[in-house]
Design a protein around this ligand. Structure first.
Ligand code: AMP
Length: 225
C-alpha cells in the first residue's frame, strides 16, 4: 500500500511516518530528509537546495521529483511507501502519478493531517533530535527523562534544524497554503483523501491512520468529520 501524508510543517508527518515504518514495515520517502542529506554531503543537489531551504521556500520541482524517481528505482517493487513532504506542488503531484504508473504502482490513500496552524509555530520551534539516533524531542512536550541524555541511545549531543525558527516557519506555512493545499482537490477527485485530527495524541493519530489503511472505522480520538 502506498500513501501520502499531507499537512503543513509541524503537522506530524515525519513522526507518523516513522511510526508506520516500525509498525508496518513501510518505507518512508521524505524529500526533506533526502535534501538535508544532500546539503550535508555537499552534492550539487545539496548546493542548489541549501539557500532555498534556509529561507523556507520550495526547492525546484525538477530536483525533488528527480530524487524521488531515483529512490523509487533503488527500492524496486518492495514494501509500501509513505510519501512525507512530497508532493508539495501541482507539478510534483503530476510527476508522482507518472513515476508510480511507470513502475506499476498506484496511490492508495492521501492522508491529510488536519491541524490548528496557530499551535504549529510552538510545535516546530521547540523541536530537536538526538544527533546520534534521531529520536525526536520537544522543549515543552517531550524532554529527555534525564536532562541532556537521549532516552533511546544515551547520546548527549542534540541538534535543531536551521529552518525551525519562527520566521522561516511562517514562510513554510505560506508556501504550504499557496502551493501544497491546492493539490488536495486533485486527490479528492480520485477519492483518495482521508482526514485525521493531527492535534490528537501521537498514538491516536497513528491508530487512526492504520485503521484507514486496514479499512476499519478510525475511532473517536483522531477522527475528523
Ligand atoms: P521538510 O523536512 O519536509 O519540512 O522540508 C524541509 C525543506 O526542504 C522545505 O522547507 C523545502 O525547502 C525543502 N523541501 C522538502 N520537500 C520538498 C518538496 N517536495 N518540494 C520542494 N521543496 C521541498
Amino acid at each position: 500500500m502506498d500513501i501520502i501524508l499531507l499537512g503543513p510543517p509541524g503537522a506530524g508527518k515525519g513522526t507518523q511516518a516513522s511510526r508506520l515504518v516500525s509498525d508496518l514495515g513501510m518505507v518512508q520517502l521524505s524529500t526533506g530528509d533526502m535534501l538535508r542529506a544532500a546539503v550535508k554531503a555537499g552534492t550539487p543537489t545539496g548546493q542548489a537546495a541549501k539557500a532555498v531551504m534556509e529561507s523556507g521556500g520550495l526547492v525546484s520541482d525538477e530536483i525533488v521529483s528527480g530524487i524521488i524517481g531515483e529512490r523509487l528505482d533503488e527500492l524496486g517493487s518492495g514494501p509500501g511507501l509513505i510519501f512525507d513532504g512530497y508532493p508539495r506542488t501541482a507539478a510534483q503531484a503530476r510527476s508522482l502519478d507518472t513515476l508510480l504508473a511507470e513502475r506499476g504502482r498506484k496511490l492508495d490513500y492521501v492522508i491529510e493531517l488536519v491541524v490548528d496552524e496557530d499551535a504549529l509555530v510552538e510545535r516546530i520551534t521547540g523541536r530537536f533530535t538526538c544527533a546520534k539516533c534521531g529520536e525526536g524531542y520537544h522543549d515543552v512536550f517531550k524532554l529527555p527523562a534525564v536532562a541532556g541524555v537521549c532516552d533511546v541511545c544515551g547520546a548527549t549531543e542534540f541538534k535543531r534544524r536551521p529552518d525551525d525558527n519562527a520566521e522561516t516557519v511562517r514562510t513554510r506555512m505560506a508556501e504550504y497554503r499557496a502551493k501544497t493545499a491546492p493539490i488536495l482537490p486533485h486527490y479528492e477527485a480520485a477519492g483518495l483523501v482521508r482526514r485525521v485530527d493531527g492535534m490528537a495524541d501521537i498514538g491516536d493519530v497513528t491508530a487512526a491512520i492504520e485503521a484507514i489503511m486496514s479499512n476499519r472505522p478510525t475511532g473517536e480520538a483522531a477522527s475528523v468529520a
